[in-house]
Design a protein around this ligand. Structure first.
Ligand SMILES: Nc1nc2c(ncn2[C@@H]2O[C@H](COP(=O)(O)OP(=O)(O)OP(=O)(O)O)[C@@H](O)[C@H]2O)c(=O)[nH]1
Ligand SMILES: [Mg+2]
Length: 179
């Protein structure tokens, strides 16, 4: 059995936890464990963890999927190198309601830790009226898959995960061997 660890990273309030919540609904029959700590304001304190077990259609193999999110708040920044260090793929949740500059600051936190061939960009909050144009996001992340999403409505959530699994499986060195 292969284990894939997929990390959701992005600005605070970008929609990382929302992705996991929707995936939990989609895979409700196969989710077997979940750790989720939140503050009173609904911000992620430490990290969210959701484990899914299912057969991928990518290579017909049974894989164990562990999903995590990075905590968005600045005071948890110190944890991020550790979180980034052991991942098969990273979903960068781009918050279309925030500026390109703010999003890029969050993106650059992965620099030097995560190789770019393991990254999928989810352009979230496409329902926002003044959203950063999709074309601008695609140009900025040239060479990286960009998947439009409205995570709160479940749109694009599964497509994003499938792309991340595909990337994880094509990057053999990213696969965590079972101990
Ligand atoms: N308009 C809109 N709001 C969204 C969308 N996805 C998530 N949200 C909202 O954005 C807010 C933050 O979502 P979370 O999933 O908690 O964000 P997060 O990235 O986990 O935030 P931290 O844990 O604090 O880093 C919530 O109020 C969500 O309902 C979307 O596609 N469109
Ligand atoms: Mg969160």
């Amino acid at each position: 059995m292969r284990e894939l660890r997929i990390l959701y990273h992005g600005l605070g309030m970008a929609g990382k936890t929302t992705n996991l919540e929707r995936l939990k609904e989609i895979y409700k029959d196969t989710v077997y464990d979940r750790i989720h700590q939140q503050t009173n304001e609904g911000r992620t304190v430490y990290l969210d963890m959701l484990m899914l077990k299912f057969q991928t259609r990518v290579q017909g193999l049974y894989v164990m999927i562990s999903l995590f999110t990075t905590p968005g708040q600045q005071r948890f920044k110190i944890l991020r190198p550790w979180l980034f260090g052991n991942t098969s793929a990273v979903v960068f949740v781009f918050d279309s309601s925030r500026s390109m500059q703010e999003n890029m600051e969050s993106f650059h936190e992965m620099e030097g830790i995560v190789s770019m061939n393991k990254v999928v960009v989810q352009a979230n909050k496409r329902d926002i009226p003044d959203a950063v144009p999709l074309e601008v996001i695609k140009e900025t992340f040239d060479g990286i898959p960009v998947i439009p999403a409205i995570a709160k409505d479940g749109f694009g959530v599964l497509e994003t995960l499938k792309e991340a699994i595909k990337m994880a499986l094509t990057n053999e060195e990213g696969v965590v061997r079972p101990s």
